[in-house]
Design a protein. Structure first.
Length: 202
């Protein structure tokens, strides 16, 4: 069972004046078999610029290496700037860690021993830049370019294929001997058009 505790604190007006751009600090913590530590700071220099920064640490008791949550620190930052009432630009960058699939973590050999104790958290370095156009409150068009770089991805020892590249064919994947050595990247453009009716649906 995983217990969850959440604490929130909003700065008083006097504290806001002292901190100037600092508006809100929120601290969330989950404790148990999976450990998450996250601090997010929302900052605004003026009504046109919004900046968000945060850091998170992940760890679990699967292995001694994974228990060291300070080695899985995930910093991230994002910013948005309104060029006008209709146009805005945004950008973000961050480092993220994720556990390998449970099928890989729970795989055992004939003696009942876990064979993938050497696996590490999967690591993703991600960045994105985008532009948004808004027609009042009804039409929103956004275009975003993104780039992701993957490391420490589980690699099959049997056939030298990354686990993320294997299809499960309505079965399971990950129930084999793996090592955290695969790398990869993903990049592209994403276009979104959203038409919305205020106070109704979009």
């Amino acid at each position: 069972m995983i217990a969850r505790n959440t604490m929130s604190m909003i700065l008083s007006p006097s504290a806001e004046k002292a901190a100037r751009w600092l508006n809100l600090i929120r601290i969330s913590a989950n404790t148990g078999n999976t450990i998450n530590r996250r601090i997010e700071i929302y900052a605004s220099a003026d009504k046109r610029l919004t900046v968000s920064m945060g850091v998170r640490a992940d760890g679990c008791d699967y292995s001694t290496e994974m228990e060291r949550f300070w080695k899985q620190l995930s910093p991230r930052v994002s910013a948005s700037y309104a060029l006008s009432d209709s146009w805005s630009v945004s950008g973000s960058a961050g480092l993220f860690y994720q556990l390998p699939p449970y099928t890989a973590l729970g795989y055992k050999d004939n003696t009942g021993e876990l064979v993938n104790r050497g696996l590490e958290y999967m690591r993703v370095l991600q960045s994105a830049v985008g532009v948004n156009w808004r027609l009042r409150d009804r039409l929103v068009v956004s275009l975003e370019g993104f780039y992701k770089y993957y490391t420490d991805i589980p690699l099959s020892v049997a056939d030298d294929v990354p686990l993320t590249c294997k299809g499960n064919d309505y079965g399971t994947s990950g129930d084999e001997l793996l090592v955290s050595s695969a790398q990869g990247r993903a990049y592209g453009l994403e276009l979104m058009v959203r038409w919305q009716l205020p106070d109704r649906f979009n």
